[in-house]
Design a protein around this ligand. Structure first.
Ligand code: NDP
Ligand code: OXD
Length: 307
């Protein structure tokens, strides 16, 4: 019985150590040191190399090392009936909500203006704009946490999801007409959708033409939700007037990409909510124990549906 961790772009030692404290009797291996591949029954994968899964003949289940699962959906070697979980713990959702609240508050309260006033030794009070409406696309693990955080601060929040269901107190729409309604009434539009064939490219010219003039787009979902050229056009029309982007089609964002120096775009390096090794280890140990007891891993994903 062994667990394999394979996340080539991350340091895996700390996670392996934390996992060992929860599962002291289990052999934890870090790719590429597979040892005897027949002993590996659970794999923790993040942007793993293609072909790896095929080389693990006794694999019972997989967990993503993050909330996203595109690397698993896109791996043709993973059978559709393989139980696949993902890590979407309370800390990750809380961190995402905190980050989004921070971004919206800094913009709405115009902290840049006060910083500039200080630099010019100017005493220049001004009240904030009217309280904005926050629209959230995706009312899943992250979307719900963000919605509740904004609601708790007294903002009007509206949502959009596949089934039109969200937390209590938040009107949640569904379908094309529901999307139009959310987009056209949101001062801050936040994308927290998973990347699926239905949501790829959803932040496009049509959607932008529906956004109120002066509104702000925040994309923390996936880079491929956004059609980058459409955004550059839309910013000229001030619909949206600003974009706050944490995820990109190509990551890291290439050095010569126009987003870096665009005056209406704020860039951050895919860091709105980072997987915490301690939380990851706790969830993974639970997931592993569940799988060994014949249950499904935590955060079971529907591979056909794509999230
Ligand atoms: P979930 O899978 O928990 O939630 C997905 C939500 O999107 C659900 O509400 C679902 O509706 C809705 N949805 C899915 N497809 C559609 C569709 N076609 N039309 C309308 N609604 C749809 O995702 P998470 O909350 O865990 O993650 C959200 C995003 O955040 C993901 O893209 C993830 O990769 C990203 N992420 C980004 C991070 C960062 O640092 N930037 C960190 C972690 C995650 P329903 O509820 O009806 O099923
Ligand atoms: C994730 C992410 O999916 O980091 O966990 O975006």
């Amino acid at each position: 019985m062994a667990i394999l961790i394979c996340a080539p772009d991350r340091s895996n030692e700390r996670l392996a150590q934390d996992l060992s404290t929860h599962l002291p009797k289990v052999d934890i291996r870090i790719w590429p040191d597979l040892g005897d591949a027949n002993e590996i029954d659970f794999a923790v994968l993040w942007k793993h190399p293609q072909g790896l899964v095929k080389s693990l003949p006794k694999l019972k289940a997989i967990s993503s090392l993050g909330a996203g699962i595109e690397h698993l959906i896109n791996d043709p070697d993973i059978p559709k009936d393989m139980p696949v979980g993902r890590l979407a713990g309370p800390k990750l959702a809380h961190d995402m909500a905190t980050w989004l609240v921070g971004r919206v508050l800094a913009d709405w309260l115009d902290f840049k203006y006060f910083d500039q006033s200080q630099q010019q030794h100017q005493w220049a009070p001004k009240p904030p704009h009217e309280r904005p409406v926050i629209g959230i696309l995706g009312m899943g693990h992250m979307g719900r946490a963000a919605a509740e955080a904004f609601l708790g601060l007294g903002f009007d929040v509206i949502g959009w999801s596949m089934r039109g269901q969200g937390p209590d107190g938040i009107v949640t729409h569904q379908g094309e007409s529901g999307l139009d309604q959310v987009v056209s009434t949101s001062d801050y539009l936040i994308c927290l959708l998973p990347l699926t064939p239905h949501t790829r490219g959803i932040l496009n010219a049509r959607l932008f033409s529906n956004m109120p003039r002066g509104s702000v787009l925040i994309n923390v979902g996936r880079g491929a939700h956004l059609i980058e050229e459409d955004l550059l056009e839309a910013l000229v029309q001030q619909r949206p007037a600003q974009a706050i982007l944490d995820v990109f089609t190509t990551e890291p964002l290439p050095q010569d990409h126009p987003f870096w120096s665009h005056p209406q775009i704020t860039v951050s390096p895919h860091s709105a909510a980072l997987t915490d090794p301690a939380e990851a280890a706790l969830l993974l140990s639970e997931s592993y124990q569940r799988v060994m007891a014949g249950q499904t891993p935590i955060g079971l994903v529907d591979l056909e549906r794509g999230y």
